[in-house]
Design a protein around this ligand. Structure first.
Ligand code: UT7
Length: 356
């Protein structure tokens, strides 16, 4: 079976830089708190009414196509990962397809909902399609427009200060070179603690909210024997219950356990060790998490790429943005062993090993 390789890569972040200082004007937070707990100094926010998750994805995709030496028309299949879609439905895959002008060709577009691990899931799926010979140019995108769906009051500060907007994309193609390409991908999930990091409302679950500790709060509305209004109730609007909630410390503790575990799992399968990694691209969840993972695996500073300081946590976009930045900086060269890893809401976690 042929392997698949990353033939082109691109990323896009909006122009507007939002420094921690700017957030202190709308909520009770400080630059010191944000930097100390997360490492974040600034993030980007997209232009309201102009930029969307799919349009940013399209910008990153165009760059990836160009670097792969193809036009968007030559894309066979699209896999789009996001937790902040333009619409509830249809998904961003078809919207980006339209934006890229791939309308005359009936390519498939698949939407992935695996949050911070979204890009690794998307890459793994694309890898299977390429390896089996089904497609030759698969466009894989991770994109997020978080800034449209965050609580900018003090109530939402534990979540809001972390997230930023942006997009990353790759083109996967088959390679005949047995020493190159995606060596393995590992995907995991466990829904036991789904509500510990979640965006619950609006939804079809019918009247629950989960507080910051992930405890269910029955909103008691609408009454069970009525129809309608199940997606967004007046109380949800009044009390601002239509924002993401996260029990930060709970998520943190699992993240620092699962990152090294899933990286080792991929390395073990290939008979490799952490010392063989040329560049680890961790999902940019929190600088403290990445530093913990680096220490656990005994990696040097040169073996890990961090950019959360400048972009915040861009969820499904964070891995391809960081991968592209590292590559553009000349830190990833042919023959290098690149490891991608992520952990996030679901919970979901995964890794990918690539011989560049
Ligand atoms: O990417 C998906 C996966 N996500 C993650 O991996 C996130 C993992 N978790 C984290 O990164 C960290 O838990 C956070 C950065 C979210 C929070 O840091 P923490 O050190 O765990 O803080 P905490 O939630 O335990 O809160 C400590 C205190 C609380 O005040 P009290 O109760 O001690 O008085 C919070 O109310 O900090 C307060 N706080 C803030 N203070 C200033 C929470 N958010 C803020 C804020 N500014 N933005």
């Amino acid at each position: 079976m042929q392997r698949s390789k990353i033939a082109g890569i691109g990323y896009y972040v909006p122009e507007r830089i939002v420094k921690n200082e700017e957030l202190t004007k709308v909520m009770d937070t400080t630059d010191e708190w944000i930097q100390e707990r997360t490492g974040i100094q600034e993030r980007r926010y997209g232009k309201k009414h102009e930029e969307t998750t799919s349009s940013m994805g399209a910008k990153a995709a165009r760059i990836a196509c160009e670097r792969a030496g193809i036009t968007p028309d030559e894309v066979d299949f699209i896999v789009f990962a996001t937790l902040s879609p333009d619409y509830y439905f249809p998904g961003c895959g078809v919207l980006m397809q339209r934006e890229l002008g791939i309308t005359h060709k009936e390519v498939g577009a698949l939407d992935i909902r695996n949050q911070c691990t979204g890009f690794i899931y998307a890459l793994s799926i694309a890898d299977q399609f390429v390896k089996t010979g089904m497609y030759k140019n698969v466009l894989v995108v991770g994109s997020e427009m978080h800034s449209m769906g965050l609580d900018f009051s003090t109530r939402g500060r534990n979540v809001t200060v972390i997230f930023g907007d942006g997009a990353g994309a790759v083109i996967l193609q088959p390679t005949d070179d047995p020493n190159r390409g995606i060596l393995t991908t590992k995907l995991h999930s466990d829904g036991t603690y789904a509500e510990k990091l979640a965006f619950i409302n609006p939804g079809a679950h019918g009247g629950y909210h989960y507080d910051k500790m992930g405890e269910a709060v029955d909103l008691g509305y609408p009454p069970a024997d009525t129809y309608g209004e199940i997606f967004l109730t007046p109380r949800m609007v009044q009390e601002g219950l239509y924002y993401p909630n996260m029990e930060g410390q709970f998520v943190f503790k699992l993240a620092v356990q699962k990152f090294p575990e899933v990286i080792r799992e991929a390395l073990d399968e290939m008979g490799l060790t952490p010392a063989d990694i040329s560049m680890l691209i961790p999902h940019q969840a929190n600088l403290r998490i990445s530093q913990f993972v680096q220490k656990t695996l005994r990696l040097s500073d040169d073996q890990v790429w961090n950019n959360i300081q400048r972009f915040g946590n861009t969820t499904a976009a964070s891995v391809p943005i960081a991968l592209c930045e590292a590559w553009e900086a000349g830190k990833i060269k042919e023959g290098d062993l690149v490891c991608l890893a992520a952990f996030g809401s679901g919970f979901t976690w995964g890794s990918a090993l690539i011989r560049w």
